[in-house]
Design a protein around this ligand. Sequence first.
Ligand SMILES: Nc1ncnc2c1ncn2[C@@H]1O[C@H](COP(=O)(O)OP(=O)(O)OP(=O)(O)O)[C@@H](O)[C@H]1O
Length: 208
Amino acid sequence: MSDQGFTLRAVDLHKAYGARQVLRGVGFSLRPGEIMGIIGENGAGKTTLLRVLAGELKPDRGEVVHRDRLGYCPQRIVVNDELTVEQHLRYFQCAYRLSSLDRAHELVERLDLVKYRRTKAGVLSGGTKQKLNLVLALMHDPGVVLMDEPYQGFDWDNYLAFWSITRELRERGQSVLVISHIAHDVERFDRLRRLSGGLVVEEAGVGA
Ligand SMILES: Nc1ncnc2c1ncn2[C@@H]1O[C@H](COP(=O)(O)OP(=O)(O)OP(=O)(O)O)[C@@H](O)[C@H]1O
């Protein structure tokens, strides 16, 4: 693949926790305008991989290459219980140095969060907090979005809204990586891979 052909590339990633070797040479590339899924059993190392890709965790060996801004939706919800939804948007507006909250407000509307704008995150349901988590990962229009079990706790309408937003990202040429213990709808992914034995491998019968 040429240097222009990817938005994010993982090169020979290794990561161990003490004697527990979790990543053993992960390598793959994410193409522009692609929705890629990586699935794996509980404990396979999916969250570890995503944290390494996001720069939250340093690999023992190997590197992550990307040129565009990353959006990162971690499994562990990072919202502050004392802040309202709107206060979160303003806080992240500063962090991302955004001139406007137009995109954030559009996402809030799409994910049916308008009625919670003045509600503190601490009293939101798990699924609603997860939606806020998603808005915070997408509101700066990142070129590459990394998501760890992003639709966990979503009801059906929000699950569909999630995929509608994700497809739009793809149409704009943005890349999306979703990791999950299970792929509910394999046809929604352009490529599906499996994290197994510390490596990202082809998923039998799926993807190019
Ligand atoms: N901070 C840590 N310190 C020590 N071991 C860890 C740490 N984080 C994860 N592990 C171990 O590394 C392995 C991979 O964990 P990880 O959370 O990456 O897997 P996962 O595929 O995301 O699992 P799940 O589907 O259950 O969320 C597990 O054996 C886990 O116990």
